[in-house]
Design a protein around this ligand. Sequence first.
Ligand code: SAM
Length: 287
Amino acid sequence: MEGILSLCATPIGNLGDMSPRILECLESADLIAAEDTRNSIKLLNHFDIHTPMTSYHEFNKYDKAAELVGLLREGKNIALITDAGTPAISDPGEVLVHMCVEAGITVTSLPGPCACITALTLSGLNTRRFVFEGFIPREKKERAEVLKRIENETRTMIFYEAPHHLKGTLADLKDALSNGGARQIALCRELTKKFEEVIHTTIEGAVLRYEDEEPRGEYVLVIEGMDPNELKAREQASWEEMSIEDHVKMYEDKGMDRKEAMKAAAADRGVTKRDIYSYLEKNRPKC
Ligand code: SAM
């Protein structure tokens, strides 16, 4: 019989957050795959768990995932833990889960701490519609693409960031997001630890704060989405200047097919889709 992969969430700072079910799973597993075995051995020793461990990290994730899938096929039960929090959230766990799903191996998740959800709940911002962005890429082109994509995001956004990159990221977010300086932000640091702190301010306020202060500890940034009414007003202002052809093309560029784009343009202009279609047919360039 095949084994099971169990994703075991571990504390993000407070050992009291380790659940009894996860301890039981770690104890009974045949093997624990850990992101950093030197780090995890401290955790396991603390809880008197002596299950064999193997390392599974960013730099061996493809080969090692294939190896672990082989062991699961042979019937070994494997527990996956990462440095902290929920495996597969901004860590190599994602690759192993993907491979197990492809291979038809049963994966189960034992929920527990996760920095992004903990931060979101503390943010005081809209928690009904949110988007998790993880770490913004450091590579210039990829970074610019992400910043462009979120410029007009109306959902609450969640980012992970390392302290030494925080200032640069705040400055980029201020410039990239529409009305960026005025956006509300919750800077959630050292969550669940002794010096847990949640700073509620604007992005401008955060930039100013860190002019005089060095960021310390681990951060999650939770940022207010763009006001949907502002987005609507902007879109209206932009299409009012456009020809009908460009207006339809604007929606096509956003990924709509021709019919949907004509419908959306018609709705903006308060006319029917047939009106838009007739206009475009009449004005079709003659070849
Ligand atoms: N899988 C983890 C989870 O479930 O949250 C996240 C792993 S990711 C590699 C590490 C990042 O999570 C850190 O750089 C930081 O942004 C965030 N993080 C982890 N622990 C945190 C804590 N106690 N307080 C604030 N942020 C934390």
